[in-house]
Design a protein around this ligand. Structure first.
Ligand SMILES: *[C@@H]1O[C@H](CO)[C@@H](O)[C@H](O)[C@H]1NC(C)=O
Ligand SMILES: *[C@@H]1O[C@H](CO)[C@@H](O)[C@H](O)[C@H]1NC(C)=O
Length: 334
């Protein structure tokens, strides 16, 4: 590939706190994973997480502004970077037990809550971390009334916005049972919210809690059953009998919107291809030449129909932010 694949970096003068703080969160979380299997590596991850967090926090700014069109219009940081800073601090607190990070979370969460677009308890994805923060922090404060606000009430509100029989449900369900939320690539919501349902159910179980949604009482098993129904739908238990994971099951998407899957390999076609030379493969009515095994696509419409067309990007495009949370969900059910 010789079309431009320009890479970007951040500096003190051109910062991107949302990206840096998200990296700090990932490093801190990884340090927990490696603690028992490789102590030295785990420590290195934690030290680096702290440095990256300081960089994000001391040099505040949005990657929107620092790298411009390289990130936005496709992946604009719509809701600001305070949620990522709190998310980074919450993971650092979990990884290090350092009170400074807890103080950061406590003293900033209310300012996040009060902003019009930052405080949405039901959002969790590549932009907004709010619901993730509330669920993550709830683990440590569920039986601690002086610290539970606003995390546990917000996480409970999230659960009540999802459960099909909740009076405050704000998502919808298709006839076939798939969760739908406003915005494109709907399976990103079904996978990431299923992940949060499972995590929260485990914290509820450990603390002997239920969630009260009006007069409906939700037990941990109600949350995991809902997540299971989403997994089963995604893997083929749906009106079309279609698995939305490429290569899994009898019937799965054949024309996904993905360059490497659509174009012939350089082994098959060693000649130079110019930028538009791929159009004929894109426009072809044939299945993709290469199967991107394991990729989950954006998924069906809310009437359970699916076009399997490269032109229908929000249905046929696979993304890391659909697959990544699904790995956690599958690991749980395995
Ligand atoms: C990033 O750009 C988008 C689109 O213009 C805008 O809505 C958003 O407020 C910007 N975010 C920040 C943190 O400046
Ligand atoms: C994708 O499919 C949905 C549902 O069938 C349809 O509403 C939408 O218009 C399609 N989008 C494109 C770009 O074809």
């Amino acid at each position: 590939m010789d079309t431009s694949r320009k890479a970007y970096y951040l500096t003190q003068r051109k910062p991107g706190s949302e990206v840096s703080a998200e990296i700090a969160a990932a490093l801190a979380a990884s340090s927990i994973v490696f603690r028992k299997i490789d102590g030295k590596y785990s420590k290195a991850l934690l030290i680096r997480a702290k440095l990256v967090f300081d960089f994000a926090n001391n040099h505040r700014g949005s990657y929107n502004d620092s790298i411009g069109a390289g990130a936005c219009p496709f992946y604009c940081d719509f809701n600001g970077y305070m949620d990522e800073l709190i998310w980074g601090a919450a993971w650092l607190h979990k990884a290090s037990n350092d009170q400074n990070y807890w103080n950061f979370v406590k003293s900033n969460i209310l300012s996040l809550e009060s902003t019009s677009n930052g405080g949405s308890f039901s959002e969790f994805g590549w932009d907004s971390k709010n619901a993730g923060i509330n669920v993550l922090v709830s683990e440590g404060v569920m039986n601690n009334p002086s610290n539970e606000n606003p995390f546990v009430p917000n996480a409970n509100n999230l659960i009540c916005s999802l459960l099909p029989n909740s009076p405050t449900k704000s998502v919808t369900y298709s006839k076939g049972g798939l969760l739908f939320k406003v915005g494109s690539s709907n399976l990103q919501h079904a996978t990431s919210l299923s992940f949060l349902l499972i995590v929260y159910a485990r914290y509820m179980q450990a603390n002997n809690k239920v969630v009260q949604c009006g007069n409906v009482i939700a037990k941990p098993s109600d949350l995991t059953n809902l997540a299971k129904s989403q997994v089963d739908y995604i893997l083929g238990n749906n009106p079309l009998g279609m698995s939305y994971m490429v290569g899994y099951g009898q019937k799965y998407p054949q024309k996904i919107h993905h360059r490497g899957s659509t174009l012939p390999s350089i082994d098959v076609n060693p000649n130079h291809m110019g930028c538009r030379d791929g159009d004929k493969y894109f426009q072809s009515s044939e299945p993709n030449i290469n199967e991107l095994i394991g990729a989950i696509v954006g998924g069906p419409a809310d009437d359970d129909s699916f076009q399997d067309s490269r032109y229908n990007v929000s249905q046929s495009e696979p993304t890391t932010y659909i697959n990544a949370p699904f790995v956690g969900v599958l690991a749980y059910f395995k």
